[in-house]
Write a protein that binds this ligand. Structure first.
Ligand SMILES: Nc1nc2c(ncn2[C@@H]2O[C@H](COP(=O)(O)OP(=O)(O)OP(=O)(O)O)[C@@H](O)[C@H]2O)c(=O)[nH]1
Ligand SMILES: Nc1nc2c(ncn2[C@@H]2O[C@H](COP(=O)(O)OP(=O)(O)OP(=O)(O)O)[C@@H](O)[C@H]2O)c(=O)[nH]1
Ligand SMILES: [Mg+2]
Ligand SMILES: [Mg+2]
Ligand SMILES: [Zn+2]
Ligand SMILES: [Zn+2]
Lengths: 208, 208
C-alpha cells in the first residue's frame, strides 16, 4: 500500500530529525483506557528534574489527556486525529514543528487507544511500548499478536485488580513471550511504587 | 469519501436482505475488552430457547470469540478483519452468505474493539449498541463523542469494579446523556443478574 510506504518514509525523516537533536522518543501504545497517560505521568514525575521532557498526546479528542500533561509543567502538543484511530508520521511531523527540539531530551508520544493500526504506522520513534491491562481480558494478548511481535517493551498493567477481573498477569506475560521471546515484559500497577520504578529504570537505561 | 459511500450502499442492501427474512440485527460495539462477548453470551443463554440465534464475530483473530459462541450451540461465523480495526458491510455480506437466513430470528454482530471507526461503517443493522466499561476510565465517554451520539443503546459495564478503578458509573451515564439526551443507558455487571435482565428486556422489546 502506497499510504504505508509514504508514511514510513516520513517516519524515517522524523527519526533523523529527532536523532540530530539527541531526543529519545517513545511511542506509547495500548487499548483505550489501558493506562498510557498514567504511565507517562509517572515517568514525567520521576524524570522531569533531570531531563527535559515533551509529550505529543494523540487522540480524537486529544486535549483531555494533553491537559493532564500540561498540569505537570512539560511541553505538550495535542494531536487531534480526527476520525482516524491511529497517529501517523504526518501528524507527528506537524507536531514536532511546534516543539523547540533543542530544549528536549525525552519525547513521549501517546498513541490513540488501539492494538491494531499502530502496528503499521511508524512515527519516527526509537522505542515502541505496548500496554495491555488485565481488565481487557486474559486473551487480549493472543488476540492481537502483531503488536506484541513488533514492540520493544510490553507492560501488563493494573495488576492490582487482577482478582476482580479474574485475569492472571503471569499467563499474559507468558502469552507475550510465546509471541515474542525477546521482548522484556513488566507487570505494573499505579498503586505499586516498585513496579513503577522498574518502568522508570527501563526508560533511564536508554538515556545513558 | 467514496469508500464510505460504497460501504453504506452495501449496508443498505444487507439491511433489506435481513428485513426480508424478518431477522432483528444488533451491531455490538465497544473498546477492546469492554464486555461485548460476555453480554452477547448472556443474551444467547437467556433467549436461545425461544428464538433462533446467529452470531457474526468480527476481529483480527476472530476464532477466539467465535469459539465461545459455538460452545453455546448457536450458528457462528468468524469474520477475520485482517489488519482492519473495524467490520464493514462487505465482510457482513460475505458472512451472511454462510448463514441460512430463513432459520434465524436474531443476529448479533460483535464488532472489532474500537470506539472510533465503527461510527463510519454501517453494516445493515437495526440497532447499534455501544458498551463502555468503567475500567477504561471515567473520561472515556467524553473522549469518544461520535459513537455515543450515533448509537441506539449505551451500556456502562463492569460496574462491580467501579471502586477498584475509582470510576463513577452515574457520571458516565450523565456524560452519555449530555452527548445524546435520547439514548437509553443501562448499567450492567455480569455478576448482577437484575442488570442483565434489563439488557435482555431491551432486546425483547424489539422482538414483539
Ligand atoms: N486500578 C488501577 N487503575 C489504573 C491503573 N492505571 C490506570 N488506571 C486507571 O485506568 C483508567 C484509564 O487510565 P489512563 O491512564 O487514562 O488510560 P489511557 O490508556 O491513557 O486511556 P485513553 O487515553 O483514553 O486511551 C483511569 O481511571 C486510571 O485511573 C492501575 O495500575 N491500576
Ligand atoms: N468484573 C467484571 N468483568 C467483566 C464483566 N464483563 C466482562 N468482564 C471481563 O472482562 C474481560 C473481557 O470480556 P469480553 O466479554 O471478552 O470483552 P470483549 O469486549 O468481547 O473483548 P474483545 O472481543 O477482546 O474486544 C473478561 O475477562 C471478562 O470476564 C463484568 O461485568 N464485570
Ligand atoms: Mg490517555
Ligand atoms: Mg469479544
Ligand atoms: Zn486506525
Ligand atoms: Zn478502523
Amino acid at each position: 500500500k502506497d499510504v504505508l510506504k509514504a508514511n514510513n518514509e516520513l517516519a524515517y525523516s522524523n527519526r533523523k530529525l529527532l536523532v540530530k537533536h539527541g531526543i529519545f522518543t517513545m511511542n506509547i501504545m495500548g487499548a483505550i483506557g489501558s493506562g498510557k497517560t498514567t504511565l507517562i505521568e509517572e515517568a514525567i514525575n520521576a524524570l522531569k528534574e533531570r531531563y527535559r521532557i515533551a509529550v505529543i498526546a494523540g487522540d480524537v479528542v486529544a486535549q483531555m489527556d494533553a491537559s493532564r500533561f500540561e498540569k505537570l509543567g512539560v511541553k505538550t502538543v495535542a494531536a487531534n486525529t480526527g476520525r482516524e484511530c491511529h497517529l501517523d508520521a504526518k501528524l507527528i511531523e506537524r507536531s514536532l514543528a511546534n516543539i523547540d527540539l533543542k530544549d528536549i531530551d525525552i519525547l513521549f508520544i501517546e498513541n490513540v487507544g488501539n492494538l491494531i493500526c499502530p502496528v503499521d504506522y511508524k512515527l519516527g520513534e526509537h522505542v515502541r511500548v505496548v500496554i495491555v491491562s488485565v481488565s481487557e481480558g486474559e486473551d487480549t494478548v493472543l488476540k492481537h499478536p502483531m503488536i506484541f511481535r513488533t514492540s520493544d517493551l510490553a507492560i501488563v498493567n493494573k495488576v492490582d485488580i487482577s482478582e476482580a477481573v479474574s485475569a492472571d498477569p503471569s499467563k499474559m506475560r507468558g502469552d507475550i513471550n510465546q509471541l515474542n521471546p525477546s521482548i522484556p515484559v513488566l507487570l505494573t500497577s499505579k498503586n505499586d511504587a516498585i513496579s513503577i520504578d522498574r518502568w522508570i529504570e527501563y526508560i533511564e537505561s536508554h538515556l545513558e
